[in-house]
Design a protein around this ligand. Structure first.
Ligand SMILES: [Zn+2]
Ligand SMILES: [Zn+2]
Length: 651
């Protein structure tokens, strides 16, 4: 073998939606610094872009008019082979370019001067820093037992305290084996509690990774991890890319949470990326859940995940009561809920009244029998429009809103669309002496207002809190003894096939997080719906029934869905494009839904239409996208096409 020759040319992938690499000349003086996976700056059209080196060419070739790279970013250690492999998988599976995938694995743009931690500190092994934990962990070894085998585990427990006592031994055991750990949570708000919990047992440093870090902080954490100075990282979605070289375990908290699906390119799902990374680097993944996603439930049933259920520690279970609103004649609060609120106010116990976000999509509800008209093809709720029409947002089916209920012939058929502000007014009227507060977007987005809300709750300065999904958080619910769901039908009838699953998971979460001995009162016009019945009874019934419906209607997890969203300022143009796509797809002989307007038919001045391709096999959809549709996407002026593989929200 000859010694390594000089690199003459490199191939680079850029952060652009172009699935190809570009060749550049390498100036002789930087040739030795060019590495596969390394970051470079390169000219592209009239811009300078960052890119990753994916190939080196050493032999002399006449490559006349190639441009030279501008800079080799020597402060960035090159991406490991396993990250490049993971990037290739993301690019392939989620239909984005390799450049986009690699840039999301390594999102750092600039470097900073970072002080290294002292040498002496690094000598103690991470496992030993768990000294104080032994007393608690010693007794609770059930979780560790399962890690004797490798694989993906789905740990189900409804007990909030217990699940935490399961993490710690898992982390300890892995660190003792000289392997590193990543613990991932759905939202930033979970991090402080978790950090505090782990720190009370673990003396070592913890890297914290989330989207609100400054570039300097991000770089700092990244350096500490890649230098092996930190062995444990906790964070949100992107923490899955923490550059540990000896990773031994990824723990995912609340695997069913939809925040794990990235909205922007690459539109990956954290769970699947974590599992892929584990496969490449050969370690285990533990998914925690109280109510698994249908996807995970399905995989556990088929033995792809190892399913382990842990029983509750606390016997004080929260009570669930379902109120049939058909018998309550136009009331917002049923008599039962009213009495319970009064009782809690007397006992100085804060109450939470839940209402889902203001009805953007109204639906038609028969107040006598509780039925909501659904699409005959897709079984999702039809959306009521101002022109008196009901439409299906999957297939485009349309009908005139009936005056009498098709189900019971009753004539009390109305649209539903009460909002939180209106609810707040009603609550104040009904309970004039109570201190009522609204937990809305403004409060959640401001850390100052949010802190005030929490301290007021703890100091019992709030009697009734009115809010949406946004305030369903551990810190808030742990102060609450009574939760009233004003109208479960609002969530049950979202125009999305996962509506039932979301409602089930949300209410299970409320049940899990509220005070022990608390009460959950669910008001609904549809008390016999299997989702509602399973909440108060046997959970497994929900999964079995839901799975059957998904199977019959060819919904995920039984088929893959790929959603194509079209957006544009001119409505007719978007519609025309949708039609062109429809014709193309029809010729391919693949199953699809639409085109239909999205439930959010217009956002920020842009009209939105979507189509859904369905197949057991993603590769056949990918071929159609690649060969037939992609050329179309780039050719349409004024219309943007977004491809979402395994979409979670279809609104
Ligand atoms: Zn009816
Ligand atoms: Zn339909």
């Amino acid at each position: 073998m000859t010694s390594e020759g000089k690199v003459k040319y490199i191939k680079v992938v850029l952060n652009l939606p172009l699935n190809q690499s570009f060749a550049y000349k390498v100036p002789a003086e930087v040739s030795s610094r060019v590495k596969i996976g390394g970051k470079v700056l390169a000219p592209f059209k009239r811009k300078i872009l960052s890119g990753f080196v994916v190939d080196k060419i050493e032999r002399e070739q006449s490559r006349g008019n190639l441009k030279e790279i501008i800079k080799v970013m020597k402060d960035f250690p090159p991406l490991s082979n396993s990250f490049i492999e993971l990037g290739k998988w993301i690019s392939d599976y989620y239909y984005c370019s390799l450049g986009q995938a690699l840039h999301s694995i390594f999102p750092i743009q600039e470097t900073f001067r970072i002080q290294r931690s002292k040498e002496s500190e690094r000598k103690t092994s991470a496992g030993q820093k768990f000294g104080k934990l032994s007393s608690r962990v010693g007794k609770n070894n059930e979780s560790v037992f399962f890690l004797k085998e490798k694989g993906v585990f789905l740990f189900k427990t409804e007990d909030n305290e217990k699940r935490k006592s399961l993490y710690l031994p898992l982390i300890k055991k892995t660190l003792e084996r000289e392997r590193q750990v990543i613990l991932i949570v759905p939202e930033i708000s979970y991090l402080p509690i978790l950090e505090e919990l782990i720190h009370s047992y673990y003396e070592g440093e913890i890297a914290i990774l989330h989207s609100r870090l400054s570039s300097k902080q991000r770089y700092e954490e990244w350096c500490k991890i890649s230098r092996g100075e930190v062995w444990l990282a906790i964070g949100t979605r992107s923490a899955v890319f923490a550059p540990f070289s000896r990773l031994g375990l990824i723990i995912v908290e609340e695997e069913e949470n939809s925040a794990y699906k990235q909205i922007e390119v690459p539109r990956y799902h954290l769970r699947d990326v974590a599992i892929k990374r584990a496969e490449i680097e050969d370690f285990s993944v533990v998914l925690f859940t109280a109510s698994p996603s249908l996807e995970s439930w399905h995989r556990a049933k088929r033995g792809i995940y190892k399913f382990v259920e842990f029983s509750r520690n606390d016997s004080k279970s929260r009570q669930v009561r379902v109120i049939d609103m058909r018998k309550e004649k136009d009331r917002i609060f049923s008599l039962t809920l009213e009495e319970e609120i009064e009782k809690n106010l007397e006992e100085d116990n804060p109450v939470l009244l839940f209402f889902n976000r203001r009805g953007f999509a109204n639906f038609l509800l028969c107040h006598e029998c509780g039925k909501v008209p659904r699409c005959p093809n897709c079984d999702i709720s039809l959306t009521l429009h101002l022109n008196g029409k009901l439409t299906c947002h999957y297939c485009g089916y349309e009908e005139k809103a009936p005056r009498v209920c098709p189900s019971c012939r009753g004539s009390y058929v109305r649209g539903v669309g009460l909002g939180t502000e209106q609810l707040e007014i009603e609550v104040k009227k009904k309970f004039p002496k109570a201190c009522v507060r609204r937990g809305d977007l403004d409060i959640i987005n401001s850390s100052l207002l949010y802190k005030k809300l929490r301290s007021d709750l703890i100091e019992k300065k709030i009697d009734i809190l009115v809010g949406t999904q946004l305030i369903i958080r551990e810190e808030i619910l742990s102060c609450i003894g009574l939760v009233g769901i004003i109208l479960a039908d609002g969530l049950l009838n979202l125009p999305d096939f996962r509506a039932g699953e979301y409602l089930f998971q949300l209410l299970t979460k409320i049940k899990r997080l509220m005070k022990p001995q608390g009460r959950l009162i669910i008001q609904t016009y549809n008390p016999t719906h299997y989702t509602i019945e399973a909440l108060a009874g046997k959970e497994e019934n929900f999964y079995e029934r839901e799975a059957q419906i998904r199977k019959d209607l060819e919904y995920p997890p039984y088929l893959h869905w790929v959603r194509i969203l079209l957006e544009g300022k001119i409505k007719t143009k978007v519609e025309e494009t949708a039609e062109v796509l429809r014709e193309k797809i029809e010729r391919e002989g693949i199953e699809f839904l639409g085109p239909a307007p999205c439930p959010f038919a217009k956002i920020k001045g842009k009209y939105r239409y979507h189509l859904v391709l369905k197949d057991k096999n993603l590769s056949s959809i990918r071929q159609i996208l690649e060969k037939k549709l992609n050329p179309l996407f780039s050719g349409i002026q004024g219309v943007r096409a977004v491809v979402d593989v395994d979409p979670l929200r279809t609104m």
